[in-house]
Write a protein that binds this ligand. Sequence first.
Ligand code: PLP
Length: 392
Amino acid sequence: MISPVLPSYARAPLSFAEGEGPWLKTETGERYLDMGAGIAVTALGHAHPRLVAALEGQARRLWHTSNLYQVPNQTRLAEMLVDNTFADTVFFTNSGTEAMECAVKMARKYFHAVGQPERNRMITFGGSFHGRTLGMISAARSEKLTDGFGPLLDGFDHVAFGDHDGLHAAVTPETAAIIIEPVIGEGGIKPVPPQCLRGLRALCDEHGLLLILDEIQCGMGRTGKLFAHEWAGITPDIMAVAKGIGGGFPLGACLATERAAQGMTAGTHGSTYGGNPLACAVGAEVLSVMLEDGFLDRVSQISGRLRQGLEGLVASHPTVFDHVRGEGLMLGLVCKAPNTDVINQGYEAHILTIPAAENVVRILPPLNLTDAEVDEAINRLNTAAQALAAAL
Ligand SMILES: *Cc1c(COP(=O)(O)O)cnc(C)c1O
């Protein structure tokens, strides 16, 4: 008999009742070190006192009014994002995939507005992930996402990751935009080299295309800059953000330049919940914490320690691991043993990690991890790897 919850997830036999910082506790009080942060979402850890206060404070005053009216928290968060990024304007959503949908709609609308409606196709890359709406599975097009869900949405042209010639060949008079994750997440923690991001920007400028970045996983401080593209010294025209921005409260955002957003006039797009007062109260607090002096420097520092620890782990367990890749606190252990075995052994050692494509174990801890917590994570991963190596 089908379970009351649609069985569309392969869930681990674990559930949690409480969290604090990077720790999760089961109903019976067993503690697990959470190095996945709910897939890069709880970027400030669980139950961060300032986020709890922001949510509770707003919860007592007002939950929802809709976008028929001004939403002061939404305006405040938009101003903060505009002040600290390339963007001039922001549309708020409840999830990442909706932020990407907005990005794609905005790019098409831009070319409509400037009198080039034939430019409505977007180039996307193999191994990408942009969410689960029909539009975004059509954009990413991996078999795993699309099988059985056809017909897919037209308008996306696919290029293999790293295929420079294929990319240039894919640009046609109908191309509107290029869509890429600066660090591929689900696809196996693969950073796009800074010179390639600069090359993409130059290609877009040369052909009058919009550059759309999906920073849903790699943004919001995860690489040690507020957004990953900052390392390459470029700016996009449109960018999707979600996951970390809500710290665990559902929130996404589509950021854009004034030029790219010019078609999005009143009535063209909307969302009932998007930019809700509760979500934006939390989002503004998350961003305030991340913008404090030293926060992002500390992310870089702690990520150095974590990476060093993981390199040591790989060296100690050459039958289990191959190498480490990624940026900042978005790291991948490329495995030799099946990644799911590593993750399951991690559960035995009470540490949570996340699988990704290409046999990768993802390490996406909260950004405010301490040195001692990093060392504890390495110890637990070492315990897991030892048990696995012994069984191989
Ligand atoms: C998680 C993710 C999405 C989808 O976000 P949802 O909130 O699950 O809709 C899109 N793109 C990237 C890069 C992601 O990591």
